[in-house]
Ligand binder design. Structure first.
Ligand code: GLY
Length: 344
């Protein structure tokens, strides 16, 4: 497959057997590579280190998943880079899913005021969304509140690695890919309706990334249009934190809530289709039991809010999103649609 280029800044290599030097490095020729990975993907990090051949490599272990996204882990990672004597002409390669790439990308954006970073993506969420587009950051009080916009120079997606993922991780990524379909690619929605989780991963990744690359190319720092990529995330992020479910599970629930808000605000009534395709992917369309007040309070920290209040991404049609202010009654109805109700 031809590499995809995002915003003129990131070369995305999608293929098989791509964990070796030419694919990993592109034109980079760093004197030192720091490979950042959690123990959960140690075997893939081993392949990456092997693929780098004789080049000097240091390894830095970080916690798995969301636990990596803390200022404490940033501190530990920076100290580990110091210990390796990383210099500005060095390269960081982050191996992992969105949490690892968010953390490593933030470290790379700030260490020595910026060191080049490449990502080797090991989850479908990372491949179709999190690792692409240069959003980096950690959680401080709420999700991703501290971060920086900085593109990785290269993203390597090995389809063989993705095909080996357990169904739970494939479902998680499918929620983000479906989101890309809802906001920008009706054929991707149709593909999931037809094939469910068996949909060809190369096609899913390329289609979802094409939606994302187009949007990020026009609005890198989210001054406007890029917010559409947060479809399902206003409710989703809050439910993810309060209920402790995975990002994809939460985004699936959030998209159902957004479909209900869309019905009320834009008149586009697509709830049944949302429910059906989300269920086809083996994802839930309702939240687990949660404290509604906590979800609402977490939603009030959403980054799309402005002085006039909460804003949500809604649909006027599949592929026609709009970011708009929503009133308290709409938020309550959207939450009720996914089973989140305040006690009377
Ligand atoms: N995940 C949404 C974005 O990258 O803008």
């Amino acid at each position: 497959m031809e590499p995809l280029v995002v915003a003129g800044a990131t070369t995305v290599v999608i293929g098989r057997e791509v964990l070796e030097a030419p694919s990993l490095l592109g034109t980079a020729n760093p004197p030192l590579v720091a490979v950042i990975a959690s123990p959960a993907v140690a075997a893939i990090a081993d392949r990456v280190v092997q693929g780098l051949g004789e080049r000097p490599v240091g390894r830095i272990a970080v916690p798995d998943g969301e636990a990596a996204k803390t200022l404490e882990t940033v501190d530990a990672t920076v100290r580990a880079l110091n210990a390796l004597a990383m210099t500005r002409d060095g390269l960081i390669i982050a191996v992992g899913g969105g949490s690892t790439t968010d953390l490593a990308g933030f470290v790379a954006a700030t260490y020595l005021r910026g060191v080049q970073v490449h990502y080797v993506v090991t989850t479908l969420v990372g491949a179709v969304d999190a690792a692409i587009g240069g959003k980096t950051g950690v959680n401080v009080g709420a999700k991703n509140l501290v971060g920086a916009f900085r593109h990785p120079a290269r993203v390597v997606i090995d389809l063989g690695v993705l095909e080996g993922l357990p169904p739970a991780l494939l479902r998680d990524g499918a929620a983000e890919a479906l989101k890309a379909g809802f906001v920008g690619d009706p054929e991707l929605v149709a593909l999931y309706e037809r094939d469910g989780l068996a949909a060809d991963l190369g096609t899913v990744v390329r289609r979802a990334l094409t939606v994302k690359a187009d949007v990020v190319g026009r609005d890198f720092t989210e001054t406007g249009e890029r917010a559409i990529l947060n479809y399902g995330h206003t409710v989703g992020h809050a439910v993810e934190i309060v209920a402790g479910i995975s990002h994809g599970e939460a985004v699936a629930v959030g998209m159902v809530a957004a479909a209900e808000a869309s019905r009320l605000v834009t008149g586009f009534s697509d709830r049944r289709r949302h429910d059906a395709v989300i269920a086809r992917l083996g994802l839930e369309v309702s939240a687990p039991p949660v404290d509604a007040a906590r979800v609402e309070s977490m939603m009030s920290l959403d980054k799309k809010r402005d002085r006039s209040g909460l804003r949500m991404v809604l649909l006027e049609a599949i592929g026609r999103p709009r970011v708009t202010g929503v009133d308290a009654a709409t938020v309550r109805s959207a939450l009720a649609a996914v089973g989140i109700r305040r006690q009377q």
